[in-house]
Design a protein around this ligand. Sequence first.
Ligand SMILES: Cc1cc2nc3c(=O)[nH]c(=O)nc-3n(C[C@H](O)[C@H](O)[C@H](O)COP(=O)(O)OP(=O)(O)OC[C@H]3O[C@@H](n4cnc5c(N)ncnc54)[C@H](O)[C@@H]3O)c2cc1C
Length: 392
Amino acid sequence: MSTTQYADILIVGGGPVGSTLALALQNQGVAVTVLEAREQGASHLDQRALALSYGSRLILARLGLWTELEPEATAINTIHVSQRGSFGRTVLKAEEHDQPALGYVLSYGALSAALDKALLGFPQIKVVYGAEATAINPASDAANVSYLHEGVVYEQQAGLAVLADGGRSLGDIPGLQRETKHYGHDALVTKVQCELPHDNIAYERFTAAGPVALLPNGDRDFSLVWTGKADEVAKLLELEDEVFLHALHEHFGDRVGQFLKVGKRLSFPLRLSYLKTVTAPHLAIIGNAAQTMHPVAGQGFNVGMRDAWELAQILADTDSLAWGCDAMLNAYQASRQADTRSGLKFTDFLVNVFSNDMVGLRSVRALGLGLLDIVPIAKNRLVGKMSFGPRG
Ligand SMILES: Cc1cc2nc3c(=O)[nH]c(=O)nc-3n(C[C@H](O)[C@H](O)[C@H](O)COP(=O)(O)OP(=O)(O)OC[C@H]3O[C@@H](n4cnc5c(N)ncnc54)[C@H](O)[C@@H]3O)c2cc1C
């Protein structure tokens, strides 16, 4: 059986980015429908550690969520960047950049729980959990979305459909072209405990095999992101805990002392992937659905949050009759292009230059890190960019 419905604005995907958009729109008095494939609460136990920029914190504060989330988040006050086998290094400190923190580490589950609770509090937001979109077709008068809910297929038309599905569920959508670069590397993620306290310092260490990051998470723990060739990472997943901790110490060095404990290890493939245009008639694509980046610079999630925020501002400034029309969508595309492109380029640059053992590059990198450390204006620009995107 099929039933047709209509929504002015329909968001496909109620992850962090789709939910942020729904809440930002309701802040502006705009009603929305959200289709979320998972059952309610299913994401609340996801321990994935998100690296929030200071700009993302400000977005969450504007949505009235930061007071509730702050106790769950661990501030990053210092970022220590180094490369294995050389003395070049740079240290970024929040106090040198007039920010209370350079960023925060927050679990995906805690963020999802706060966002879901907020969504339920607003009658203008209708969330359909367990609703999986199976097709989206942009057309000249509306976007047509098919979805499955409790065994029933629904057809929904929307003045504006927003795809925020994380980029993994819906295949090719007519009119959209995706570019993808596979790095052949995977990221291993887990939590580790070390001998020394973290003191709210995040460490990023570049090695010829790929970057490795330790992000302070909770009172004692670090979240570890260890990247490397897919087959090497697969071997690391199989190691006994003791052997793994020893291998990590060998790889990372002694900056945080011995590694004492490790949690469950997971891995995922690393790729750079983006849509050449993030709009089609009556459709906008945001968050990881629009661009996926290597985690080296912690940019991907934060670019997605800015997508959501910017789209909400543009919709609020546009007459509702023009939602989903070319002029509005072009304005959105133009407003996001610089931020997305610079995030993609910056991330790809770091991966190419710092995860490469070409003769001579190591000393150039050491010089680069050393110079960055002593040139305050360069550090300011880097921190501004990482916190707020190109406007930082
Ligand atoms: C395995 C993995 C591990 C990661 N680890 C880290 C990490 O350690 N640190 C970090 O900073 N970033 C990490 N990331 C990236 C981070 O998760 C993303 O940047 C962030 O989740 C993007 O948010 P989003 O809302 O765009 O997408 P998502 O978080 O993917 O949310 C998409 C939502 O859409 C829903 N959905 C999907 N398909 C449909 C459909 N057809 N119909 C309806 N709903 C649908 C999903 O159920 C989900 O709720 C990881 C990503 C992956 C895939």
